[in-house]
Design a protein around this ligand. Structure first.
Ligand SMILES: Cc1ncc(COP(=O)(O)O)c(C=O)c1O
Length: 381
């Protein structure tokens, strides 16, 4: 249907073989594959982390809030510009989401100053998102959270493999939450990872993931346990072996995929450089040698005088799929009655953002097609 879709999987025989191997082993969940995916992921991130494989990033975020002890009525500061999972998990706990604004139209990440302004006596935790795969200003964020005694949760759904001053995103805070949803840099369909350097949080994550139980089905099968205790309430947020096996193959492809994404983004930037009607964010991140980005998506800001729906339709007519990262929470019917603090920059970005296709198997010719189409759509010729 599309000449250029928003995302395509980078799967080959290796992923199929990995799944076939699991099916042949006849052990389908929480076994050797899950354990090795966790240890390989920890080794990849380094910085002394332990990883707990879960069913989604949303599950990891929910577990993170539960593990650090966020209670109903507590406030959790989140970016105004992010996926709905971040506000949903806070609401599901009965806590109060407080929105912080983006830095600027050039840097869409959460503003440390805005976070500082939103802190009250009720604030318990801060969730940051490394938007589009570009690391947040972690030096200042870590400092602020330590100074104000707040838990720091990193939503790393966009940024596996990204680093800030040599340290991997997801290893700065108390918990890092990764997504392996289909369209992510590391795709397994549905899945996520809860990552922490704190032994107590790691232990709690194991219980939260699996009903608070002290032994797994595998332990009983192997004769290591005959029964189990339940030491706290828990959920079923487990990952299965098929996904863990695909995850290990995808982990091996991650760094190469991120490098290819970087080349494609630089090609986009070069080809769009004459079109001043389109604003490309995060250019300073790309030039900053202290930062390695994961280049998850390629969002741009359309001119104020452009009707975004028309642009999307024109791109569609040319066979190009686009997306919006993200609509404002304020526009969702579920949150209509909530009184959010003002976040003018994030709101304006939500109104004008358009995400263009980006995936490692994309060709430079496909980038050129997208560029020609967007230039035409915004009147840049
Ligand atoms: C920033 C962000 N956070 C959280 C999520 C939720 O991830 P999952 O689908 O694995 O629950 C996503 C997924 O799109 C995301 O983009």
């Amino acid at each position: 249907m599309w000449k250029v879709s928003l995302f395509e999987l980078d799967f080959d025989r290796c992923e199929s073989d990995a799944v076939a191997g699991v099916l042949e082993s006849q052990w389908l969940t929480m076994g050797q594959q899950t354990q090795s995916f966790e240890s390989n992921f920890s080794a990849f991130l380094n910085n002394g982390v332990s990883s707990t494989a879960v069913s989604s990033c949303t599950a990891a975020l929910h577990m993170a809030l539960l593990a650090v002890g966020v209670q109903p009525g507590d406030e959790v500061i989140i970016p105004a510009l992010t996926f709905v999972a971040d506000i949903n998990v806070v609401k599901m706990i009965g806590a109060i989401p407080v929105l912080a604004d983006s830095n600027s139209y050039e840097d869409w990440n959460i503003s440390v100053q805005s976070v500082a302004e939103k802190i009250t006596d009720k604030t318990k935790a801060v969730i940051v998102v490394h938007f589009a795969g570009y690391p947040c200003d972690m030096g200042d964020i870590v400092h602020l959270c330590q100074e104000r005694n707040l838990y720091l949760i990193e939503d790393v759904a966009h940024a596996p493999g990204a680093s800030y001053k040599g340290t991997h995103c997801g290893t700065f805070g108390d918990v890092g939450c990764f997504s392996f949803f289909t369209n992510k840099n590391l795709s397994i369909g549905e899945g996520g990872m809860f990552v922490t350097r704190n032994d107590s949080l790691h232990r709690k994550a194991g219980y939260l993931r699996s009903h608070g139980m002290t032994s797994l089905t595998l332990d009983r099968y192997k004769g290591r346990a005959v029964s189990y205790d339940v030491v706290q309430p828990g959920l079923n947020y487990r990952m299965d072996e098929m996904r863990a096996a695909i995850g290990q193959v995808q982990l091996q492809k991650l760094s190469k995929g991120n490098i290819r994404r970087c080349q494609l983004v630089k090609h986009y930037i070069q080809e769009l450089s004459g079109c001043h009607r389109i604003l490309i964010p995060f250019l300073a991140h790309i030039e900053n040698t202290n930062i390695t980005a994961a280049y998850h998506i390629f969002p741009v800001l359309l001119p104020v005088d452009c009707d975004r729906a028309d642009v999307i339709q024109m791109m569609k007519n040319n066979g190009i799929q686009t997306s919006i990262h993200y609509p404002s929470f304020r526009d969702f019917s579920a949150f209509k009655d909530m009184s959010f603090t003002i976040t003018p920059i994030a709101d304006e970005i939500s109104r004008r953002v358009l995400t263009l296709p980006l995936f490692p198997t994309m060709s430079l010719e496909q980038v050129n097609l997208v560029v020609d189409s967007i230039k035409q759509a915004v009147g840049c010729h």
